[in-house]
Each structure stands twice: as C-alpha cells, then as structure tokens.
Design a protein around this ligand. Structure first.
Ligand code: PMP
Length: 406
C-alpha cells in the first residue's frame, strides 16, 4: 500500500538551489552567472520592446476573452512557428507533411515528443543525448520510459566540439536510434557543429537510419539571425529526414514564464506523407489532451502578433540583435580582460562558443572558491551564463577568475 512516509525526499534541483543561494547572499558585489535568462547591462530582466507593444495591443483588444484554446493551441501561432523553424518555403509545409502543436514552452515540447516516440515507435528505441546536455533531458526522457544513451560532445582539451567522438558514437548506436541534437547554442557548452560538420552528422544518421530529434531553445538568440540558427534543422528537412523539433520561445521572446513553445513532427516525403502527418497530428492531440488538455493562451497571442505582422517581425529581429549582440560583447570583453591579465590557459573558447552559455573549463574546486570567496554563482560544471555579465561586473569577474586559476 501507498504510505506518505515511504516517500524519500528528492534532492533539490541544482539550478534552482543555486538561484536561492544567490538571492540569500547579502554581498553587494555578488554575481549571478547561473541564471538561464537574459539580463540587460544592469542585470535586470529585459522585456523586449516589441513584446511590450504586442502586449499593449492585446490589452486593448475588446474581442479577446479567456476561453480555452483548442487542443493544438492557437492556429495562427503554430502556423507561424512552423514557418519560422523550417522556413516559409519548406517542402515540408508545401507537401503538408509537418504537423505542429502548441506546447508548454520547450520543456513541454520535448516531453510531448518523448512521450509520442515512447508510445508509437515500434521497438522503443534508445535515445542518445550529448554528453553533457541540458540536465532536464535525462529526467524528461526517463519519465516517459525511453532508454538513454550518450554521445561524446565536449572536448576538455580544446574546449570545443569532440567531433570524432560524437560521430563515432552516432555511428555505433543501434540502427534506428533517436539522436537528440541541439539546433543551436548548445546548452551547457555553447559549442555548435559547423555547417560542414552538420552535413557529416546527417550523412552518418542517414546511413544508420537514425531519427533526429531537434531541441531548439535559442533560435535568433544565438547568432542574432533566425535563419542561421535554424540552418541545421532546415538542412535535415531538405535531406528528406523524418524528424521532430521542440521549439521554445522563452529566450528569443523573453516569454519565460508564459510557457510558449511548439512541437513539430515532419514526416518523410512520399505519396502518403500528408496522410501520415494527419494521423500523427491526431495521436499527438490525444496525448496533449490527457496531459494538459490545451495550452496557455497568453504568450502564444503575443508571439503570434509579432510573427504574423511584418513590421513587428522586423522590430523583433532588431531586439534579437540587441540581446545576442550584448552577449557577444560580453564574450569579447571577458576574453580580452583575461588575456590582458595573462591569466594562465587559453581563452579563445569564450568567443568561439555561442549563445547564452559558456563552458569555461573551470573545475568544481575553482567554482567553489568563486562562490565562497568572490560571491560569484555558477553551476558546478563550470558553466557560466553570459547574460549575467555586464559592463559593471566584467572587471570583477575577470579578476576573480584570474585569482582562482593561478
Ligand atoms: N532545451 C534546452 C536545451 C534548453 O536550454 C531549454 C531552456 N533552459 C529548454 C529546452 C526549455 O526551456 P523552456 O521550457 O523554458 O522553453
């Protein structure tokens, strides 16, 4: 029988634990580099000006109410999200073989995809994750009963991609495995394959008949260019893969708490593709109904207004460049300061890496000293959120890193 007493305490979520410790630290010069959200140069949350505009328009719209959305979400949102991720002239859209549901942000999309594969894949495939990956991937896919494998990703020596290791592991995975790929701005390393490397990954995946599962949480936020950040996904679609995509609008719209995202399933081309796609959509709708019934409206309304209005869309692109540009400036600034100080080691990886996060190469011991002595908060694996750096704390952080590395 079930008894409450038999339930052991779960460990605290490491990232949320870190945030709490930071909040409770009274030091004035404390620095939060754990944070997975964009901050402006004053370390404050930033509401994108275009989001503010769309938000105001929604408030003033007398036709809106608080009714349920349909199971699949707001149709004008999912249609626009689809175009954004595969490209508006994608053969997948033209041939009606992509189906899309609005989800509880990227997390909900990853979960829906995992649940779908676990239920409908004929032989419960193994799902391969990069090592390391976003920690939540392990929990989400384990919870839906998929067996997990790993492929090497990060080279400690070069602080770049372990491309040979990655390719070999993908090659060695049982045929028909699911391979989870970060579309851009890999979390936690900030290391992405080049376009040439993506092509080789696609070649091996085709040989092995693997199924690509893209997780795209940073489109437009990584390079500032929406198309460039979705290049890998669009290349795989062009190469006629059957695949799925979890798409988050948390970072690129700053809609974190509004839980805005989408799940897309692209069926391989063929005479029956649009039929198959309709079947998949119908099954996804059943899963969605039992899990969340229907997704939340607010964030999707905001994103939809921006995505579907050419003038607002342009403003959004400018806002994306503001965020990605500031982050790139912080990367340059940090590298420059460390090199100027002659801090031991090479720091080129700080500017080679891309997106919100950087794998610094700092050890767990060094991270601890940074926290205890310098009030700098980051995850144990040496990952820093570039968004936590700004013109006011960059010198201080460089001094702190220099002191723990020596
Ligand atoms: N995947 C990855 C790789 C991420 O980094 C994130 C954000 N931390 C997500 C998915 C999902 O985030 P959200 O649910 O907030 O959209």
């Amino acid at each position: 029988v079930f008894t409450a007493q038999a339930v052991a305490a779960a460990p605290e979520d490491p990232l949320f634990g870190l945030m709490k410790a930071y909040r409770e630290d009274p030091a004035e010069n404390k620095v939060d580099l754990g944070i997975g959200a964009y901050r402006d140069d004053n370390a404050k949350p930033w509401i994108l000006p275009v989001v503010k505009k769309a938000d105001n328009a929604i408030h003033n719209d007398p036709t809106l109410n608080h009714e349920y959305l349909s199971i699949g979400g707001l149709p004008e949102f999912t249609a626009a999200a689809q175009k954004l991720i595969v490209g508006s002239d994608s053969p997948a859209i033209r041939e009606k073989r992509i189906c899309s549901l609005q989800t509880i942000s990227g997390t909900g999309a990853v979960h829906l995809g995992g649940l779908f594969l676990s239920k409908f894949h004929p032989n419960k495939p193994s799902l391969y994750l990069s090592s390391p990956t976003w920690a939540n991937h392990h929990q989400i896919f384990t919870n839906v009963g998929l067996t997990l494998g790993n492929y090497p990703y990060f080279s400690k020596e070069t602080k770049g991609l372990d491309f040979d290791g990655m390719l070999q592991a993908i090659q060695g995975a049982p045929a028909g495995s699911v391979i989870l790929l970060h579309a851009c701005a890999h979390n936690p390393t900030g290391v992405d394959p080049t376009q040439e490397q993506w092509k080789q990954i696609a070649t091996v995946m085709r040989q092995k008949n693997h199924f690509p599962f893209f997780d795209c949480a940073y489109q437009g936020f990584a390079s500032g260019d929406l198309a460039r950040d979705a290049w890998a996904i669009q290349y795989f679609v062009e190469q006629r893969f059957e695949l799925c995509v979890a798409q988050s609008f948390a970072k690129n719209f700053g809609l974190y708490g509004e839980r805005t995202g989408a799940f897309h399933f692209v069926s391989a081309p063929g005479a029956d593709a649009s039929n198959a796609s309709a079947h998949i959509a119908s099954q996804l709708a059943i899963l969605q109904r039992s899990e969340i019934s229907n997704p939340p409206a607010y964030g999707a309304r905001i994103a939809s207004r921006v995505l579907n209005d050419p003038a607002l869309f342009k403003e959004w692109e400018a806002d994306l460049r503001t965020m990605s540009g500031r982050i790139q400036e912080m990367r340059k600034g940090l590298r420059l300061r460390l090199e100027k100080r002659g801090t031991p080691g090479s720091w080129a990886h700080i500017t080679d890496q891309i997106g919100m996060f950087s794998f610094t190469g700092l050890s767990e011991g060094q991270v601890k000293v940074l926290r205890d002595k310098w009030h700098v908060y980051m995850t144990k694996n040496g990952r820093i959120s570039m968004a936590g750096l700004n013109s006011h704390n960059l010198d201080y952080f460089a001094e702190a890193v220099d002191s723990v590395v020596r």
